[in-house]
Design a protein around this ligand. Sequence first.
Ligand SMILES: Nc1ncnc2c1ncn2[C@@H]1O[C@H](COP(=O)(O)OP(=O)(O)O)[C@@H](O)[C@H]1O
Ligand SMILES: O=C(O)C1=C[C@@H](OP(=O)(O)O)[C@@H](O)[C@H](O)C1
Ligand SMILES: [Mg+2]
Length: 170
Amino acid sequence: MDQTIVLVGFMGVGKTTIGQALARKLDFQFIDTDQRIEAEMGMQTTDIFRVHGEAFFRQKEKETITQLVKKKKTVLSLGGGAFLQAAIRDTCLQDGIVICLSLSFDGWKERLDDLLPTRPVLQGKSLVEIEELFYNRQAIYQSHHKKVVTDALTPEEVADEIIEFVLKKN
Ligand SMILES: Nc1ncnc2c1ncn2[C@@H]1O[C@H](COP(=O)(O)OP(=O)(O)O)[C@@H](O)[C@H]1O
Ligand SMILES: O=C(O)C1=C[C@@H](OP(=O)(O)O)[C@@H](O)[C@H](O)C1
Ligand SMILES: [Mg+2]
């Protein structure tokens, strides 16, 4: 099993945290596409959105993911908006094993205060608007090979469930 494992799901669900645990357990390279874009631009995501705009970020996201998904023995954690683009969904489903991380809105709400400062998409929105975004976004995450509900699991346990799936699949 050497295919790239792609983690998708709404912001704050745990893609970056679980991706790191998963890569360590599999001895795969870990790449977070937001961190990759931030390093390349020398700016935080929030500043990229503010200075260059969301369309610019989405274009960078597409270029970055299209290239990285071709790698082997890699865990690729995407940003929560990446699957808005059909081209990203298609390339990830074709070249990678796509794992959708899912969390209830009640569970997610507990993380809101931690997420607000670093997630530009949440800024200036009321809780009702955020809840609407949470549910509206769910449709794009239905493109996957496997879904893991993470509410009652630690990052390590989620990683173990993903490993069980990918080993069975191959
Ligand atoms: N399974 C989990 N249980 C509890 N907290 C978690 C879990 N996964 C992630 N977190 C916490 O949720 C927050 C967002 O995690 P992060 O990995 O940045 O999400 P994402 O990359 O999907 O936006 C962090 O504070 C992280 O520690
Ligand atoms: O959902 C989104 O549109 C975004 C999610 C973020 O990543 P996380 O899902 O890792 O928070 C990051 O890519 C950017 O702030 C936009
Ligand atoms: Mg992340």
